[in-house]
Design a protein around this ligand. Structure first.
Ligand SMILES: Cc1ncc(COP(=O)(O)O)c(C=O)c1O
Length: 414
């Protein structure tokens, strides 16, 4: 990149992370399906291990040498460079075998026995399960915090909080969290230690939301969603302001074996080049559909950042540049109406996951959020009538037609 003219992330997503001179002048990155790397000499092998284990500092500009693909490999590095270059405020990135392995590797690096993870509900069902059912096995307590409850929760747990976990927009209600307000509360309640704030940025990032510019330390992604974008890859990723923090998480990754393998990392980098095109088109499609959905008599309300009012609208204006393509609908008639609607869809596929080129629909209460406790479901607003839509890149009028006929069917039989 020319330092006199830093590229817009839309450009970096196509051009960064790969130098053709390293690979026979190919214009796109090759795949290196390799598990182990040769050393020029035995001394070089010993030195590479010392650097990898942190016993010797890496000399800036000098290649520490690749060792073994569970630690690092060219496709992981190329994707990580590309992702870092598009995430505003990021100085390092890491890739993982899934969103859950990005989340669990991060939490296992940062949490400590006897310590607390503060998090705001709702979070993705898998994250919720890990926080509430698995971390306690290592004497880590996950404490949920409500809107407005941060100063109080931080006062109570100031000595023991090791990480703050946020998801905004939250899956599946799209509830937004004011990152600057939470960051200010964390820094003022715990002034003597730096408590990392991690944000699951899967729904809007890195195109429409940049948490690292709003006080977060880490952005975590299910790269299975928009980053991969084609529902053909399972992967995770993170970006951070502090390379040392990423180095610590990568150390855990090396021992858990949660780095994505070369083909996956290559697919992710392939997808980066169309990330802006896809997310902008998907968000435009969603914007065209929300008013139509809200006006249908079968619909009680539509959850989409473009329709938020009051405090949620203020947060949206402060921290997001577009509303994205995740839409949740609250239908009159509870679970029965939601199921009638889902069963009547023809173009939308009935599937969990999101962020791919094709439009998907699901019933979170009985699928992705089915393991949440009744109290959490109630507190988070995950009701029986809630349906989640992931809007794809299809022609919006076809999507509108399909949604309208399925809503008519849900209402007619009700
Ligand atoms: C917001 C969010 N975070 C994390 C995950 C977990 O990602 P993965 O399925 O890639 O492990 C998901 C999966 O749906 C998600 O929606």
């Amino acid at each position: 990149m020319d330092p006199r003219h830093p590229f817009h992330p839309e450009t970096s997503s196509v051009s960064e992370g790969f130098d053709p001179r390293l690979s026979v002048m190919a214009v796109r990155p090759p795949i290196y399906p390799v598990s182990t790397f040769a050393f020029a000499t035995a001394e070089k092998a010993a030195q590479s291990f010392e650097i990898a284990l942190g016993k010797l500092p890496a000399v800036p500009g000098e290649d520490p040498g690749l060792i073994y693909a569970r630690l690092n490999h060219p496709n992981a590095e190329m994707f990580e460079d590309a992702l870092r270059s598009v995430e505003k405020g990021a100085r390092a990135a890491a890739c993982f075998t899934s969103g859950m392995s990005a989340i669990t590797t991060t939490l296992l690096t940062l949490a400590r026995p006897g310590g607390v993870v503060l998090y705001q509900r709702p979070v993705y069902g898998g994250t919720d399960h890990f926080l509430r059912h698995m971390l306690p096995q290592w004497q880590v307590t996950a404490v949920p915090v409500e809107d407005g409850g941060w100063p109080d929760a931080l006062r109570r747990h100031a000595d023991t909080v090791h990480v703050v976990w946020l998801e905004t927009p939250a899956n599946p209600t799209l509830h937004l969290i004011d990152l600057q307000a939470v960051a200010a509360a964390v820094r003022s309640a715990v002034p003597t230690r730096h408590v990392p704030i991690a944000v699951d940025n899967t729904f809007l990032g890195p195109v429409f939301q940049s948490p690292l510019l709003h006080g977060a330390d880490l952005c975590v992604y299910s790269a299975t969603k928009f980053l991969g974008g084609h529902s053909d890859v399972l992967a995770g990723a993170l970006t951070a302001t502090d390379p040392q923090l990423v180095a610590r998480i990568k150390e855990t990754r090396a021992f858990l074996g949660t780095i994505s393998e070369p083909f996956t990392a290559w697919l992710l980098q392939r997808s980066m080049a169309t990330l802006w095109l896809r997310m902008v088109k998907q968000s435009k499609n969603a914007a065209r559909l929300v008013d139509l959905l809200a006006a249908h008599p079968a619909v009680q309300c539509v959850h989409h950042p473009s329709r938020f009012t009051g405090e949620q609208a203020r947060i949206f204006r402060q921290q997001c540049t577009a509303a994205g393509s995740m839409v949740s609908l609250e239908l009159h008639g509870g679970r029965a109406a939601a199921f009638r609607f889902l069963n009547a869809l023809r173009l939308f596929k009935l599937a969990v996951s999101l962020g791919g080129v094709e439009s998907l629909a699901c019933h979170p209460r009985t699928t992705t959020a089915s393991e949440m406790s009744d109290e959490d479901l109630k507190a988070s607003g995950v009701t029986e009538g809630l349906v989640r839509l992931s809007i794809g890149v299809e022609w919006w009028r076809d999507l509108a037609q399909d949604l309208t006929q399925a809503l008519d069917a849900a209402r007619a039989a009700g």
